[in-house]
Ligand binder design. Sequence first.
Ligand code: URA
Length: 200
Amino acid sequence: MDAGEFVPDGADLATLRRAAAGCHGCDLYRHAQQTVFGEGPDDARVVLIGEQPGDREDVAGHPFVGPAGRLLDRALDEAGIDRAATYLTNAVKHFKFVERGKRRIHQQPGRGEITACAPWLTAELATIRPELVVCLGAVAARAVVSPSFRVSRQRGEVIEMPDYRTVATVHPSAVLRAPDRDAAYREFLADLRVVRTAMG
Ligand code: URA
């Protein structure tokens, strides 16, 4: 079971987004409120890929609108990258969580869910044809570059792929959780500056 049968061939982003709203390619749709599809211009030069929507994104229906998104906004701005000109999406389009009382606690998507959702990411990239893809965290980097990708070793490097170049960094949530948040933020910003330089 995967998303493949739900993805219309050769569709534009608006059509893909409508189709993704009804995706049952894995079981995550059963508990999440909605599909959170990517957003941004269809001719964006840069695509940023996160892991999956969080609690706030699931409610709002938009990617990166919660605390991790605010940190990402600040870092993009400081790196000189215009968020509005980028396309932001996630490797997995539904929120995966466990309920603890009234709280919904994020759970990392499994290999099966990441693989099941991959046809959406492939279709987004095929439509946008970006020059640069930024992987925010290991889930995105493993989905895009290789399953054995190690962010700690290869972050901030420009990697040549057949159709675009890619740079991986940590997920903004990892910066928020880091024991030394300032140092983690500086390293995250340094990686985004690599992206800015690679954009030319
Ligand atoms: N974390 C992600 O990876 N994506 C979002 O959209 C929000 C938080």
